[in-house]
Design a protein. Sequence first.
Length: 265
Amino acid sequence: MSLAVLEAPAAPIRFAPRQTPEAMAPAASSKPRCSNCHLRELCLPSGMSSSDVMRLDGLDSLMFARRRMRSAQTLYHEGERFQFVYAVRSGTFKSSLTLADGREQVSSFHIAGELMGLDGVAQGNHASSATALEDAEVCAIPYAHLTELAAGSSGTQHLISRLMSREIVREQSLMMLLGSMNAEERLAAFLLNLSKRLKARGYSASEFHLRMTRAEIGSYLGMTLETVSRTFSAFQQQRLLEVDKRHIRILDPDALAGAFEIRVH
């Protein structure tokens, strides 16, 4: 399956001194602060002590910028040097890598409050590319400065370890989807997981608009485009979902989960 991915070249992120705010990302007129962000409970500071969050805010050198992205614009490319951890403030992203035959393999989807870029920690280069699926905004956090903060805080060291562990768990969940579930179970688990993540952010858990295409869902779940479309139709015929192009309404989440004995993580 070959996907056509439209990519607009991404301008480099600049971290400017306070006296030249115009050089900062256009979405920010002053230094962003974790302590007053509405996504604090879902994002990087989740699990940090108040004192650690204040230290994060107080580091003058930690000039992490807010960056606006256009739909189909690539934030970072596979193989690019790893410098930043990116926190999604708004919008949806996909992570993907290029297979040997040139096909795209989608490895994850990210929504507000989630982190991207940690795949670059091990080798110093990103193992995947991150592309915006709609107009979006991120905070770019220099990883080197995070490690400086961690050097003086056991709580922050633990936080970074948790972030790495979360990536491992996500990979294991994908392997479970691909290895132990049939097509209907994979798609049901995907929709229920997305529903749970949206609910945690204050959005409707039962009605939402998919920002990814069916081909991208298929790439992520190891299914063909035709199988994804056929499975959506089957769910609609069973009155588990209402589907209008990318708009999804889950009619009975318990029935959707129960029909396939799915436990949502």
